[in-house]
Design a protein. Structure first.
Length: 165
């Protein structure tokens, strides 16, 4: 994935947030995609980091659906919960190329927003307990701190318990 694509997604995100008058602040840091390390660079707890993972769910032999699962940084994605939500027969992590194509972002910088109708956004309620949360903003060297209330208003995620300890 070229940085050009990442910058386009970053600009698209900022335009969307500005259009809705969302409260956010950019944070520049060393390039880092791992949740634990980037949280240290940004100076917040893991609970306030959004971990964004693309999950593939098989509904039957021919039908697949994709979910952008967003969970707090100290938790992991509960694949069984996502499989159950969609009534699937199998759930697993999407391949890197599929995740990058659907999210428009390089692995490690996937946004907690879906700009693709094939990608259903599902967020764990634990992430939404904080007044703001943090995520890599389609770039490994820039993050956003975003108002949680504004996020819910702008992104309109499906909120379901999809995180495991």
């Amino acid at each position: 994935m070229s940085t050009m694509g990442s910058n386009e997604m970053y600009e698209k995100l900022i335009a969307l947030l500005d259009e809705h008058g969302a409260t956010y602040r950019p944070i520049d840091h060393e390039p880092e995609g791992a949740t634990e390390a980037v949280s240290r660079l940004r100076g917040h707890t893991l609970e306030q980091a959004a971990k964004c993972i693309v999950v593939m769910v098989k509904l039957d032999k021919k039908t697949k659906r994709y979910v952008l699962a967003v969970v707090p940084g100290d938790r992991r994605v509960d694949l069984a919960a996502i499989k159950g939500l969609l009534g699937g027969t199998y759930a697993g992590f999407a391949t890197q190329d599929v995740a990058e194509r659907l999210s428009g972002c390089a692995s490690g910088s996937i946004l907690p927003f879906s700009f693709d109708p094939e990608l259903e956004l599902v967020v764990d309620p634990a992430l939404l307990e904080h007044p703001e949360f943090f995520f890599n903003a389609a770039r490994l060297d820039r993050s956003l701190a975003l108002s949680t209330a504004d996020y819910v208003k702008v992104a309109g995620p499906r909120v379901e318990p999809i995180a495991a300890d």
